[in-house]
Design a protein around this ligand. Sequence first.
Ligand SMILES: NC(=O)c1ccc[n+]([C@@H]2O[C@H](COP(=O)([O-])OP(=O)(O)OC[C@H]3O[C@@H](n4cnc5c(N)ncnc54)[C@H](OP(=O)(O)O)[C@@H]3O)[C@@H](O)[C@H]2O)c1
Length: 332
Amino acid sequence: MNRQWIYAVRPDGPVGVDNFEYRETDIPEPSEGQALARLCYLSFEPAMRTWLEDFITYMPPVPLGTPMLAPGVSQVVASNTPALKEGDLVSGMMSWQDYQVVGEQARVVPPGTPIPVMLGPLGGTGLTAYIGLFDIGRARPTDTVLTSGAAGATGSVAAQIARVKGCRSVGIAGGTEKCRWLLEEARLDGAIDYKNEDVDARLRELCPDGVDVYFDNVGGDMLETVMNHMAQGGRIASCGAISTYNQGMRRPGPSNMFQIIEKRLTIQGFVMFDHMDRVPDAIEDLGRWVAEEEIAFQTDIQEGFENIPTTFLRLFSGANQGKQLLKVREPE
Ligand SMILES: NC(=O)c1ccc[n+]([C@@H]2O[C@H](COP(=O)([O-])OP(=O)(O)OC[C@H]3O[C@@H](n4cnc5c(N)ncnc54)[C@H](OP(=O)(O)O)[C@@H]3O)[C@@H](O)[C@H]2O)c1
């Protein structure tokens, strides 16, 4: 039996459990050149909400009536290709079902790599933070770097590698515990609790000379507030806009766009997939910083196939403490 979570109903507003439907089907048969793999871990990313729209973003929309997609790791259980052997762990885009048919180009996980690390700081999450901060934000050691979503998967890496590089690093996150983590574990220079503090006033206090690099994970009203605090020649690395995803991304932009001209700002969006040539540098640096405990990383691992939709929703309430994963089973 192959358990599935199907994308059943297009959301009109916040995504909910009712947008997905549980089904059971036969186990698929891999063709020549393919392998059958059993799902072990799923990774969740807020932009998956944008894949539920009926327009193309950086990904084609997930078709209604098919299993929802997410990055993950599966284990090969039968193979019709010499490129993959039984027991291999493969990573990449998976679907919300027990059995995945994977092609011979599937990326094999190097033996011994812990899955949560591979899906976190040494995977797409770390790469996104690395590119956004250095290539897009062009952070220099004298800069003040501000990161929103700073206690989350991507933001926590971005904010800490800014600190490692000698920048003054300030993070914005929701809640006392997340801000405590930013100050005590991630060792940032400042933390702003946007759910309980006046962000505008706290930015004046913590970034008196302005923000040189804003690593933006949130978009929306927060972006508008931060734009008023950007320093001359500041750079905004637009990584994500989670505050707008549940509104179908049809929101107007900030009302203070003149700040871009007045302060000679650069705002640049980026998608990690376009920067795969940076993987070797990113893995080398991030691997060293993780091994030397220069950067702390939190992983939030939920369990159970039945909990896949509710785990996805945790990203939007902020219930996740760090990288949101779900374990369906440990590899054998
Ligand atoms: N450009 C790329 O290639 C790329 C790649 C990966 C991820 N991203 C983007 O990076 C961002 C972070 O993704 P992630 O995977 O690292 O997730 P994450 O930060 O681990 O989790 C999402 C966090 O967003 C915060 N949040 C939720 N709703 C919010 C709202 N309305 N206003 C402010 N904050 C809100 C919550 O933290 P609080 O408790 O602090 O509110 C939540 O924990 C997302 O925007 C994502 O789309 C971009």
